[in-house]
Design a protein around this ligand. Structure first.
Ligand code: ADP
Ligand code: MG
Length: 702
């Protein structure tokens, strides 16, 4: 099937071009002005825009509209209302008013608020975020006009992920502009964080998925012995894409392109049945919206192909999990990337200053950055032998690291390592010039040419939190720098001195070696870098004095918003772990144990009947198997008996923090203790009797 990308790209987006075409000139100008410079549009303008938006959407087949927002569940929310109005003179009219466009009021009491709003103060308000374009979504429930909004409480506290993100973008813009002005840049009006997020995912056959209660309820397998083949041959990574997966990808691309999402890269990932999609980067708030839409679209399109898309960070034990590399840079509205080192970074004072500020930001707030990538699924990934470790460090690559070294050691003139030539030794292949940096797959925060790649974020998680944190911590470091430099009598010497100071003080955050090694864990401890192994350990970073000072200074979060978020993280950890434990109890009692009991009964009966028929037959194999299986069965039953009362005890602990900690330190090990004998049984019991598809079935039969 041939597709004309230019024809379908953005066709479902109420873009600037559509507005230019459909709005009266004056109205269009007013809207653009508010989009670029902030402020409010008048209600008259809103009426005209709403009407044009409705007409456009109805032409696309839309019957309903919704305010589309991102509550603290980490996914998106929508409530559809049709365009219908009360019939007048027996005529049915379709309508969207300016008021309906700009603001919505809904009962927010069933969304997590972390105590920001109790049920008797239930009002939540959605307000149009004009910086994200409206779009229509084609769903089985109908074609819906989606209006991106923020979501706040009656008192204006953020109840969503978008509000703080927009606040953090303002903060970094203001602070970065101060720095640019010092370097004589008077043209830039705004500095905008740019984000491209690579999305990893697994596909699984839907029929098989539906036979696994763990996948259905939790998105990951809670039991499962390793299959004979895993990822050790490395034959999946960048391998040829199988037809069924390929047709999913082709379909996905088209759906994303219609929504204006520039899906560009697609490939097989390391683990069997694991894949990746990367879009072209765009401004941070739009990238967050687009990533949410991408995840949603992946799930929807998979169903059409008889597949299920697993976005969980660790669907299968023993093979790679999924993450989301968050590529981040900051650029001006005039197109300058502040993270572009140019050909001579050693002489690029502005770049070096920004770099030194980022080193400072990441070092000072390593705990916060780690926290921003915490979600329950990431517990099984960070620190495992595949994802970045839970210790935050920066990898700059050889060339920049050497520049930093020379600056720190006060070298007289700073030399640049030659990036060198790449000679393959094949005479017909030209000698190429090599990148200045090799890739370091083990680092959580890598400089990759003209951007930083934050690799910790989980595949199912919203990228909003990570970007709020990046924007905020870098804004603070830039602000500190501007405070000093604006007062300096001699700007250029003060600037060099500040670069030296920042780099010297925060050089400990630079690490170019193997982040998976035990030696790094020891070395990081020696350097005093935090190693927050679990989400439960990372949450307190949100409410330290340092964090509260940072976020309140730039108006990104109030203290109570931070406390609310911490509480929600603990609550979510408890709820998710509890669902997982309950699912394990369910599967062990309803699937595995009964299966194993019938199997052992049949085995015992066959031993009895064979020995009756043939007393001299050697039944040692059968007897040994029966003993082994019965041993594991009793281990499984014991573990099950311990898990149930343990959960009851833990559930009665007062305080979400304490309860979350108990789930992590007591319930999680008890879950592991139940998994172990059941996985062992899977390898002993007849495959045809096993009640659920195995790892081999799930990963190799897609
Ligand atoms: P890499 O090979 O280093 O992973 P890619 O070119 O594949 O880099 O890009 C990965 C992601 O980074 C893509 O989504 C891409 O659009 C995005 N990206 C590229 N340049 C920038 C930039 N300056 N700022 C933010 N994201 C960027
Ligand atoms: Mg990458």
């Amino acid at each position: 099937m041939s597709v004309n990308i230019t024809e379908i790209f953005g066709s479902n987006v109420f873009s600037t071009d559509v507005m230019r075409e459909r709005l009266p000139k004056g109205v269009f100008r007013e809207v653009m002005d508010v989009m670029e410079n902030g402020g409010n549009i008048s209600i008259e303008t809103a009426d005209i825009v709403a009407n044009a938006m409705k007409d456009w959407a109805v032409e696309k087949g839309a019957t309903h509209y919704t305010h589309w927002f991102q509550p603290l569940t980490g996914i998106t929310a929508e409530k559809h209302d049709s365009f219908l109005t009360r019939p007048e003179n027996s005529r049915t009219l379709l309508q969207l008013t300016g008021k309906q466009l700009i603001m919505g009021e809904s009962d927010a009491s069933s969304f997590p608020s972390g105590g920001l709003r109790s049920t008797h103060y239930a009002r939540g308000y959605t307000a149009w975020d004009m910086t994200s374009p409206a779009f229509v979504k084609e769903m089985t429930a109908g074609t819906i006009l989606c209006i991106p909004t923020i979501f706040v409480s009656y008192h204006g506290e953020a109840l969503d992920k978008k509000t703080p993100l927009l606040r953090s973008m303002q903060a970094i813009s203001t602070q970065a502009l101060r720095i640019l002005r010092l370097f004589g840049n008077t043209a830039a009006k705004k500095v905008i964080p740019q984000v491209g997020s690579e999305q990893e995912y697994f596909l699984v056959d839907r029929e098989k998925y539906l036979k696994r209660r763990d996948l259905i309820y939790t998105g990951r397998t809670l039991f499962g012995a390793p299959s004979p083949k895993g990822q050790e041959l490395e034959d999946q990574y960048f391998g040829v894409i199988r037809d069924r997966v390929g047709s999913f990808m082709a379909d996905l691309n088209q759906e994303l392109w219609k929504l204006g999402i520039p899906a560009t890269t697609q490939h097989n990932e390391v683990a069997p049945a694991q894949h990746e999609m990367a879009p072209i980067f765009t401004m941070c708030n739009l990238a967050v919206d687009q990533n949410q839409l991408t995840m949603e679209t992946m799930k929807r399109v998979a169903t059409r192909h008889g597949l299920v898309c697993l976005l969980h960070e660790k669907p299968y034990a023993g093979v790679n999990g999924s993450g989301k590399h968050n590529n981040w840079s900051i650029g001006t509205d005039t197109g300058e990337n502040l993270l572009d080192p140019g050909d001579t970074p050693n002489e690029n004072l502005q770049f070096l200053l920004v770099l030194s500020c980022i080193m400072k930001a990441v070092d000072v707030h390593a705990d916060l950055l780690r926290q921003s990538a915490s979600c329950v699924g990431n517990e099984h990934r960070l620190g495992g032998q595949e994802a970045p470790p839970a210790i935050i460090s920066i990898c700059l690559g050889d060339q920049l690291e050497s520049v930093v070294d020379q600056i720190v050691s006060n070298a007289d003139s700073i030399q640049l390592l030659a990036s060198g030539k790449l000679d393959s030794g094949v005479s017909t292949v030209p000698v190429l010039s090599r990148d200045a940096t090799d890739r370091n797959r083990t680092t959580p925060f890598a400089f990759t040419g003209n951007k930083f790649e934050f690799r910790m974020v989980g595949s199912s998680d919203s990228i909003a939190d990570a970007n709020v944190t990046l924007n905020a911590i870098v804004a603070e470091a830039l602000c500190d720098a501007a405070d000093v430099l604006e007062q300096a009598p001699d700007f250029s010497s003060a600037c060099s001195q500040l670069i030296h100071e920042n780099m010297a003080r925060h050089q400990r955050i630079i690490f170019n070696g193997d982040g998976y090694s035990d030696a790094w864990v020891a070395e990081a401890a020696r350097r005093g870098l935090p190693n927050l192994a679990s989400l439960v350990d990372a949450v307190p970073a949100l409410t330290t004095e340092k964090a509260v000072r940072l976020f309140t200074k730039f108006g990104i979060y109030t203290q109570s918003e931070l406390e609310a978020r911490a509480e929600i993280m603990y609550e979510t950890y408890i709820k998710v772990t509890k669902i997982e434990a309950n699912t394990m109890i369910h599967m062990a009692s309803k699937h595995y144990i009964p299966t194993v009991i019938s199997y052992t009964t049949r085995l015992a009966q066959s031993i009895t009947s064979v020995s009756a028929a043939c007393p001299e037959a050697d039944l040692s194999v059968q007897r040994k198997l029966l003993t082994q299986i019965s041993d594991y069965l009793s281990q499984a039953s014991c573990a099950l008996e311990q898990l149930k009362p343990l959960m009851e005890r833990v559930d009665s602990i007062p305080g979400v923090k304490e309860m979350a900690l108990a789930y992590r330190t007591a319930v999680v090990p008890a879950m592991d203790a139940l998994r172990y004998p059941i996985d062992a049984l899977e390898l002993l019991v007849d495959k045809s009797a096993w009640p659920v598809p195995t790892y081999g079935d799930l990963m190799f039969e897609v």
